[in-house]
Design a protein around this ligand. Sequence first.
Ligand SMILES: [Zn+2]
Length: 380
Amino acid sequence: MRNQIALSEAGAQGGGLELRRVNRNRVYRAVYESGRVSQQELAQRLGLSLPTVAQNLRSLCAEGLLREDGSFASTGGRPAKGVSCVLDARLALGVDVTRRHVSAVLVDLGGRIVRGLRRTLPYEDSPAYYEAFGAIAREAAGEAEPERLLGAGVSFPGILSAGGGIRSSHVLSLGESDGAPFLGAMPCRALFCNDASAAGRAELWDRAGAQNVVYLSLSNSVGGAILLGGRLYEGESLRAAEFGHMTLVPGGKRCYCGKEGCLDAYCAAGVLSEPYGGDLSAFFAALDRGEEKAAALWGGYLDSLACAVNSLHMALDCTVVLGGYVGAYMTPYMDALRARAGARDTFGGDGAYLEPCRYRREASAVGAALLFVEPFLSSI
Ligand SMILES: [Zn+2]
C-alpha cells in the first residue's frame, strides 16, 4: 500500500547490512511519497546524514529506480537538485476473468494504469479460450521487456486453495483444479487472487492513512474483502468476507448456494438488471427517468443494502467501500443509502463511513497487478 510500504521487520538492530537496507528503503519511500524532493529535504526529513542520503540516491539512480529531476530554488548557495521516482522502472500485469469478459491492465510502481483493455471472451474450458486469454495479457503487456515485468496477477471469480490453485468457481462452473491453463497462458510468472479481494486491495491503495476498510463488491455475485491494519484478512479457510452468504432474511429468497435468504439474493447486480434484460445501465437510466418500477426496485435494494452495511459496520467499525458493478453507479445515491444506514445505526451515526468505489470496472485487475508491486516496493 502506498502509504505503508513495509520496512524490514528485522528493523535497525539487524546489523550494518540490515541498517543499510532499511535506510535505502526509507530513502526510496520518502521520494515515492513526495513525488519530487531535494537531497537536503530528504536528509532533514529522515534524520540521515547528507552523505548517506547521497549514496543511496546514487545507487537507486544507477539502478534506474530514481532519476534526477530539475532543481529547487535555494535561499543561498547552489540550487538543490531534485529527485523523483521512475515509476515505470518496473511494471505488473493484472488480468481479471469474468464469465463473459477478460480485462487486462499494465500497472506501474505508482499503481497507475499504463495500458488497459477489456475484451468479450465467454469462459469455456478449451485450448482456444486459454490462447485468446493469453493473447489479451500479451497485448496489455505491449513492448514491456521481460526484466521490467514483475509478474501477472490473475483475478479469479471463485474460492482459491491454500496451495495457490482453484477450489471452486460458481461463476465459471469450475471445480477444484491447479488452474495451470490460466497461469501458463501468462507471459511471465503468475499468481491467482480472488476477484473481490483484489478489488479491495486496489481500493485501499492510495487511500491516505486508511488501514482498515471493508470492501463490499456488488457484482454478479456479492463478495468482498476485509483489510485490517493494511493487510488482507483472509480467514482460517480463506473464506473471509463471503458477505454474499450472510443471512439477511431467514427463510427468504433462494440463493444460488442453495440456502434461503442470503444477502446475494437481495443485493447481487442481477436483482436490478434482470428486469432490464440483464443491462444494469438500462436499470439506472430508468431510475434516472423516474420510472416507478425502477424506483420501487431501487428502494427495496437500498433497504437490503443498508441492513448489510450496518451489520458490517457494527462488526468492524471502519470505512465500508461499495464496489462492483452496482458500486460503480452508487455515487449519486450515497446520501439515500447513508440515510437508511444511519436510521439503523445503534450509535446514532449518519452513515458517513460509507464510500463509493474509485474504480468502475478495472479494480480487480489493478488489485491483481498490485500483488506484485507491493512486495517489490518493500524489497527495494
Ligand atoms: Zn448463499
